[in-house]
Design a protein around this ligand. Structure first.
Ligand code: PEP
Ligand code: MN
Length: 345
């Protein structure tokens, strides 16, 4: 860490900063330039917190040379992490193919959609039982009944299942039914919820908040990792843009940007990123070409009748075509796709 002192700082102030540094068991290295004086600080990383020094008189700025997302960073773990979701690998050259409806709506519908996405090559089944809706009057999901349907359908088709949890009090329940727990964009900075899922050992699909920076996303992952759960998969699902032509702004550069900073796998969700079935295939393929470790897509067999996100759902036949293109691209990039584990889960 580097403490930059204000120009005109007094000897008394310099000595005071050094005393504060040393009182925390850290070492201070004073360097006087013609215009500025700086103090290099080394020692126990847990004490190297810029906020501890910013308010000291005479301090102009404090620069941390280590990222605050210590566990998520490539410094902590230079090789890409591989997350195993009940037999399906994501990361380190393994591509996840997550597909299913936005919401679990009924056992029959879940069955039909699961059958089609599994046949198309999806290896993880998705479906929300607790839906984060902008309006309190919109469909909120089937709750525990939906979790049971999702788990049973996943078991029938031999697919691990991922579903969202929104409430820290429901983590224990969702954990019982799901192979992977989703933290949605709206809850990316719900730190109580992150801490709670961090205390499980279930893989977590952490979606980027719609106004969150890449560093914010990595800091949220750090909350989970710091609780001892290493199984985090990041997801780029679009951020708020100014153009209503697309639902969100698909930030494809977030994929290589995250890979440069973190060992955690990152997948793309072109369904929520674009909100438009006509744009989903191109953005899914762009994500894979940019190095994504998986693709998350909403599929529905009757979008006009869907309880949520119908307008952005791909039809099963559209998903089947896209899945084939994703496989071709995966082969080109030397990636492997774990098959769905089979019906004997
Ligand atoms: C979803 O996956 O259905 C969802 C609500 O996603 P997001 O949190 O990215 O909006
Ligand atoms: Mn959705």
């Amino acid at each position: 860490m580097i403490i930059i002192l204000k120009s005109g700082v007094s000897e008394e102030q310099i000595n005071h900063v050094i005393e504060r540094v040393e009182s925390l068991g850290l070492k201070a290295h004073l360097s006087r330039g013609t215009h500025r004086t700086i103090i290099g600080v080394i020692g126990d990383k847990s004490q190297l917190l810029p906020s501890r020094f910013q308010a000291i008189p005479g301090v102009a700025d404090v620069i941390s040379v280590l990222p605050s997302y210590k566990l998520a960073s490539t410094d902590a773990h230079p090789d890409p992490s591989v997350v195993d979701i009940s037999g399906v690998k994501i990361g380190g050259g393994h591509l996840g193919m997550i597909a299913g409806p936005c919401a679990v709506e009924s056992a029959e519908r879940m069955d039909a959609i699961a059958e089609s996405v599994r046949a198309a090559g999806a290896n993880i089944l998705r479906g929300g039982a607790f839906k984060p809706r902008t309006s309190p009057y919109a469909y909120q999901g089937m709750g525990e009944e939906g979790l049971k349907i999702l788990r049973d359908t996943g078991a029938k088709y031999g697919m691990p299942v991922v579903t969202e949890v929104m409430d820290p009090r429901r983590v224990e329940m969702v954990e019982r039914y799901a192979d992977m727990i989703q933290i949605g964009a709206r809850n990316m900075q719900n730190f109580v919820l992150l801490t709670e899922v961090g205390q499980t050992r279930k893989p977590v699909l952490l979606k980027r908040g719609m106004s969150a920076t890449i560093v914010d996303l990595l800091m949220s992952a750090e909350y989970i990792l710091s609780q001892g759960n290493p199984n985090v998969v990041l997801c780029e699902r679009g951020v708020k843009g100014f153009d209503s032509a697309t639902r969100n702004l698909f930030d494809v550069a977030a994929v290589p940007a995250c890979k440069g900073l973190s060992h955690l796998p990152i997948i793309v969700d072109p369904s929520h990123a674009t909100g438009r079935p006509d744009l989903i295939p191109a953005c899914a393929l762009a994500g894979v070409a940019a190095g994504a470790d998986g693709v998350h897509i909403e599929v529905h067999n009757c979008p006009e009748d869907a309880m949520s996100d119908g307008p952005q759902a791909l039809l099963p036949e559209q998903y089947q075509k896209l899945a084939g293109q994703i496989r071709d691209l995966a082969t080109l990039f030397g990636k492997t796709i774990s098959p769905a584990p089979g019906s004997s889960r």
